[in-house]
Ligand binder design. Structure first.
Ligand SMILES: [Zn+2]
Length: 283
């Protein structure tokens, strides 16, 4: 298993100046995700994996554990609002174990490797790190393939946001209040990750539903958001990542910019509404 230290030893000198020994504080996350991944791979290889069947997980639901939201005024209400917008039944089906928000930790990729960088270190190097910055991650793609009938509840991790983030997103520019725009962007980022769980665990289980989604996406030359555009390949038919990112963005817009979605991407709006009539608009 790769430790954070191993990763650091592979950095060039310029990077080691930035990420010195003192700052690889977040082994916890690195190891946590690695362990989960390793466990899943081993289970898949053995062919007699026994995490749990989907049915077993549905019969023994566990509430999602929300961590770290109380200290950010923009997101203090997010757990309640999201639980309300999606409803407990749909969230149960998504197999999310926890949503862990670390507002003082920046998740960055440097030279293709992942780091968890504390706020003070990030701010010193913000200009350099920005192009590779991420805010959130989920592990729903770590689950065993559906055909193996073995499932895990997996975590969603949310890391620090910049203060200026989201303000220039086209789907939010109709909102004059910048504080509200920022709040909707941040809560939308959590919802985007929930969207990945929905795609991976619910929608893809029904092949016709996923195929229909791929058709809807393929009929549009334009991506819905500047974020999903980054994943648009030359041949989107073969690029499942793009369909997944567009789906996650669709769930974001459906809940946080519903009018914009309905007016600009009617086929997407109709698809989400008919597939998940229980989801509420929170904007
Ligand atoms: Zn995504």
């Amino acid at each position: 298993m790769n430790t954070q230290k191993d990763k650091i030893s592979h950095l060039n000198q310029e990077d080691t100046l930035i990420i010195d020994e003192k700052y690889y504080v977040n082994d916890y996350y690195q190891l946590d995700l690695n362990q989960l991944n390793q466990a899943n791979i081993q289970a898949a290889k053995s062919g007699k994996s026994k995490p749990e069947t989907y049915q077993e997980l549905m019969e023994n639901p566990q509430p999602i554990i929300w961590k770290g939201f109380e200290n950010d005024p923009d997101l203090a209400e997010a757990p309640i609002q999201i639980e309300d917008a999606f409803g407990s039944e749909l969230l149960k089906q998504c197999l999310i174990s926890e949503v862990d928000y670390q507002p003082n930790i920046y998740f960055c990729v440097i030279n293709g490797k992942e780091y968890f960088i504390p706020q003070e270190m990030y701010q010193l190097n913000a200009a350099r790190l920005k192009p590779n910055k991420y805010r959130a991650m989920n592990s729903s793609d770590f689950i065993i393939h559906h055909s193996a009938k073995a499932y895990y509840r997996t975590p969603i991790r949310i890391f620090a946001f910049d203060n200026s983030e989201g303000l220039d997103q086209k789907y939010l520019t109709h909102i004059d209040d910048l504080t509200e725009r920022k709040r909707l962007y941040k809560i939308g980022t959590i919802i985007h990750e929930i969207g990945h769980h929905m795609a991976d665990i619910i929608v893809k289980q029904k092949k016709d539903n996923w195929k229909k989604w791929q058709e809807i996406v393929s009929q549009r030359p334009e991506s819905m958001t500047s974020y999903s555009k980054k994943y648009q390949g030359d041949d989107i038919q073969g690029d499942d990542i793009y369909f997944c990112e567009e789906f996650a963005e669709a769930i974001r817009l459906y809940t946080t910019s519903q009018k914009y979605l309905r007016e600009n991407y009617r086929s997407v709006f109709d698809y989400i509404q008919s597939s998940f009539p229980q989801i509420k608009n929170i904007s």
